[in-house]
Design a protein around this ligand. Sequence first.
Ligand code: BEZ
Length: 249
Amino acid sequence: MTSQSWNPELYQHHAGFVARLGGAVLDLLGPVAGQEVLDLGCGDGVLTERLQSMGARVLGVDGSPAMVAATRARGIPAEVADGHALPYADRFDAVFSNAALHWMTRPDEVLGSVHRALRPGGRFVAEMGGHGNVAAEVVALHVAAAEFGLEPGQIHPWYFPSPAEQAGRLQRVGFTVQQMKLIPRPTPLPTGMLGWLHTFAGPYLRHLSQDQALPFLRRVEALLAPALRDGQGNWSADYVRLRFVALKG
Ligand code: BEZ
């Protein structure tokens, strides 16, 4: 996973909507009572807790020790693990993932690793950023990064596939794709674009000095204002979700 340090409290403050809006993909899982379910990229465990309350025997995994600690603090089993190389075989009835797969930039390794972790007939139900996701933010980050002397193409930390690309990758590792949908979802940002950038633009900020960080974020914000700030000063992000269900055949 691309390195990004996560602070569970800040994440909840600036991006609590990520889990709230992730409810729709939970519905695609169907009944989970008594089933072993892996939450891949569990973050602070909000949705893992929902899965547990639906009767699943859950395990959360995340690349961030701080997020795993936040999940465990809810009384939910969780482990630090890399989605590219999950240490499980034929173990889970379902693998669930919300808003995490786009941070894992070697998708074939991730999909192979999820396929291995599932029992035969197990399902992989996920939502992630899809093709065109946060396109305006990506362009503004690239422009500002170049202005600050960085190589944006080498930093770009996300993988936002089209439905056809993701379906092809799933099939090549042995999944049968049952559903695959690209869903534009403009999303209000409760703490504005600066809050969003503070939460998610870490991979860019790591390459800048402390003195450069705020001017960089302000430059990105200024580039985005004509597109993503409305006349009353409210910000939204141009999210595009890719939602899918695939079966281990
Ligand atoms: C997303 O959930 O789509 C996302 C969040 C932060 C950065 C990029 C994408």
